[in-house]
Ligand binder design. Sequence first.
Ligand code: SAH
Ligand code: F3S
Length: 431
Amino acid sequence: MKKLFIETLGCAMNVRDSEHMIAELNRKEPYELTTELSQADLIIINTCSVREKPVAKLFSEIGVFNKFKKPSAKIGVTGCTASHLGKEIIKRAPSVDFVLGARNVSKITQVIEEKHAVEVDTDFDESTYNFGDYRTNPFKAMVNISIGCDKSCTFCIVPATRGDEISIPSELLIQEITKAVKTGAKEVMLLGQNVNNYGRRFGSTDENCNFTQLLQKISLIEGLERIRFASPHPLHMDDAFIEEFAKNPKICKQIHVPLQSGSTKLLKEMKRGYSKENFINRCEKIRSLCPEATISTDIIVGFPGESDEDFDHTLEVLEIIRFEQLFSFKYSPRPHTEAAEFDKQIDNTLSGARLTRLQTRHTEILDEIMDAQLDKIHTVYFDELKSNGRVSGRSSDGKLVFVEGSEELLGQILDVKIIKTSRGALDGVLV
Ligand code: SAH
Ligand code: F3S
């Protein structure tokens, strides 16, 4: 059997794109996944281009892969960097056999046949393509509900790499999720760059369904116990959506609300469409209707023109909302983005100092949140067997929980009392 080595960088959508590529390849010819580069017949690097560092790393990585791979093995570069660099990748690294954009995943079986194939069309509509089945975790399914992004956040390269936003018809989503449930998945993660903008535009149908209605439809699927989604945009968090989130028992009580900055002035320059006050208002609405919900966020420090005062606003939002999880980044100027041309780019040392301050304060908040879990009961969906006689799973609000146990626990949703806490995970006993 042929062997496939696939490296996936970046966001959950890339993880799903990798699953789709594995499924498509297997439809044609069975591949065995390998983590041994030297054994592989096909090597895929599924890239991210949201920040500059991973892009720079790509070419040195290709060099290393070339040294250790079998002479006959093919190398493909896929994902967002493939979309925005296109044939330039082959110019700079002729050992690359094919380049496949983030919006052209369904063409994987074509591009492996053709030397130096480049498929990076960002207008390509894969919204009704019927991908083969493959799941990394048999207990959970990831399902794309839309492709592309219609926003134009001035720092973000994604609209240029993934193209305009198109929603996938709800009927297809229901079919896909029902199929996953029948093969053992009790949980689904709905994916999109902007999930709660669902329904704004469909490719070939004239369906009328917004994200809240989609959640209602999906929760009717028998045997499906848990629904998660990533990521929603604060701008589209209307009351109806937050009410559905709070009252629908199948929706897990964890929500990502990407802040980016606490400064209304910078939010305007980022073209995010909300102010500091709107953002706090939406989070407070979530907290008032659903006090058990955990809120996570993304923050960028050092966006062009960020003053000490702007950064203080960000710190203030952190104090008010006390995000459970924080994904924080130094601003990285990207091609095809407006902000890369802005004056007043911030010095790297200053951005670094701000990032450290933000992360240090967040860690303190997180420690307090995790310490407070002692003796609490969490409902956990067990989905991973560990080597040391332990099984792990996630609570509804997204915490990683370990108990002693064996295979029989896998696929079960059970109550656990927390007996030990740490920053990253909780230990518990079944109750
Ligand atoms: N809509 C997606 C965002 C994709 S990019 C989502 O909500 O998941 C993921 C995160 O990367 C963004 O939320 C932002 O915080 C960060 N990011 C995007 N462009 C960036 C840049 N140029 N520099 C630093 N961080 C960036
Ligand atoms: Fe990027 Fe903003 Fe879309 S962060 S993915 S342009 S919502």
